[in-house]
Design a protein. Structure first.
Ligand code: CMX
Length: 134
């Protein structure tokens, strides 16, 4: 079952241009930048209590985030829920009839294992299940 909101993903054109709002104006702790090659994004995390805002900058024109920005402009892109066992959770959700984007978890930022649910079967919200590596 889901434990908490691990992060909220926000699509941006440029982390460099967007970071000052989160770091300097909102005063959130900057947890650094990482490139997630597999997802074709550069990400920056800003801590908010136990959760984070994840800024997502596309690293190529065929990145899912580039497609999202082209269609909607920058803005909230997904919600990520933390789970103890992502494989068990997606098996459970599949059995509940939820449509999965990732049938097998893949590597996310900060050494996480992640799997996305399709927004068409999660109330129009792109949803990520995320397992921390311990
Ligand atoms: N939130 C809500 N709905 C979304 C969405 C989003 N982020 N992205 C797409 N959609 C909707 C579209 O609006 C569209 O709806 P309509 O048919 O009603 O217009 C539908 O989903 C299909 O969207 P599309 O623009 O045609 O795009 P694709 O089907 O090619 O891809 C998706 C959509 C969700 C399958 C794809 O973006 C995906 O696989 N995402 C998961 C991976 C990802 O987003 N990685 C980046 C973040 C990585 C990280 O956090 O590390």
């Amino acid at each position: 079952m889901v434990k908490k909101i691990n992060h909220i993903g926000v699509a941006v054109n440029s982390i460099e241009e967007s970071a000052p709002l989160y770091r300097d104006v909102y005063g959130m702790k900057d947890e650094g930048v990482e490139v997630v090659e597999e997802q074709k994004v550069k990400v920056a995390f800003f801590a908010v209590g136990e959760s984070r805002i994840e800024l997502l900058e596309p690293t190529s024109d065929d990145s899912p985030v580039a497609k999202f920005i082209a269609k909607n402009g920058p803005g909230v892109h997904h919600i990520a829920y933390e789970v103890d066992d992502v494989c068990a959770e997606i098996a459970r959700l599949k059995a509940e009839g939820v449509r999965l984007i990732d049938e097998v978890p893949r590597c996310g930022a900060h050494q996480t294992q992640i799997a996305f649910l399709h927004p068409k079967s999660s109330g129009g919200v792109l949803t990520e299940m995320c397992q921390m590596q311990h």
